[in-house]
Design a protein around this ligand. Sequence first.
Ligand code: ATP
Ligand code: BTN
Length: 324
Amino acid sequence: MKIERLLTLLSDGQFHSGEEIGCILNVSRAAIWKQIKKLESMGVEYESVKGKGYRIKGGMELLSLEKIKDGLNKKVLAKLNTIEIVNTIDSTNSYIKQKYMSSPAQGYLCMAECQSAGKGRLGRKWISPFGANLYLSIGWQFDGGVVAMEGLSLAVGVSLVTALEKAGILGVKLKWPNDIVFDEKKLGGVLIEIEGDVSGPCLAVIGVGINIVMPRNKVSEIDQEWVDLGQISQKEVSRNKIATLFVAALVNLLENYQSCSFKDYKLAWEALDAYRGRDVMLTQGNRTVVGVAEGVDDTGALCVKTGDGVRSFSGGEVSLRRLL
Ligand code: ATP
Ligand code: BTN
C-alpha cells in the first residue's frame, strides 16, 4: 500500500521532497498530493515546507511485528496463534469477534495503528488516532462461561499497571471497573466482550487502549480529563516496548485465570484502587446511589458504604463517579 510506504518514509522525522516521495511511491505529483491528503484524514500531523518537502515533526514510531515478537519469550509466543498489526480498522475488538465467526480465534492478537470506530464501555467512543497510542485486542477461550471470567477486567488492569511499572512508569492506578488512570485522569481502559455460550465454552475478547502520545489535534474529542504516557514519563516511551510488555502480561494472566480467580488479584487491585475511601456516586440507568467506596469483594464487585449499609455492585451497566 502506498500510504504505508509514505508513512514508513516520513516516520523518520526528516524532510522528504515531493520528488523523492514520487520516486519511492512510484507515483505522479498529483498522486502524492492525494496520499498526503490521506495522511490528513487519518489525523497524522505533518509539516509541509516549500523547498524542503514534507515531514512528520519528531517522527513516529510505527508498530513493528518484528520488534514485538523479538521481545516476547517462547512460552508467550507459543500461546498466540496469530499476531497481526493492521493500519486502520473499525475496532480491534470487533475484528477479533468477526474472526471468531470463522474460526475459534483462541490466542488471536490484533494491534491497530488507528481505529475508526474504537469502542469504550456502554457504547461510548474510544478516540483512536493513528500511530499515537496503543489499541490491542486478544481473543481467549474460557470453558466455564462468564463465571470463569468474573473480575477479569479488574485483573487485566492489575497486570497492565504491573507491565507499566516494568517500563519505569510509576503511579498509575485503577478506577473500577475498567479504567486505567493517573492523577485521576483517564490514561486507558479495558473493554471485555463475550462471544458464544455465556454458560459454557465462550470467547472473551479483551481489548486494551492506552494513550502513549495523544496528538494535540485530537484532544477536543475526549470529553473527560485524560492523560498520556508522554506526560507521565520523564523518558521517551516506545510504543513497541509497551505493546510487548502488555502482550506478555495479558497472555500470562489469561493463561492462569482459568485455574485461579479474581480472589487471587483482589489485594493487588485494592492497592491500586484510585477511589478507595472516596465519596462516590454510582449510576445505573436512571438510578443513583451515593456512598463511600470500600474496595471490591472476591468477585470484583464494588463495595459501597451507603446509608443502608454496605452494598455491592457488579460491572455491567454501572458507572462510577467521584463526588468532589
Ligand atoms: P464509566 O465506564 O465508569 O462510566 P468512563 O466515562 O470512563 O467511565 P468508558 O466507557 O469507560 O466511560 O470510557 C469511554 C469514555 O472515555 C469516553 O466517553 C470518553 O470520555 C473517554 N475517552 C475516549 N477516548 C479516550 C482516550 N483515548 N483517552 C482517554 N479517555 C478517552
Ligand atoms: C473504556 O475505557 O471504556 C474501554 C476502552 C477500550 C478501548 C480499547 S482500544 C482496543 C479495543 N478496541 C476497541 O474498540 N476498544 C478497545
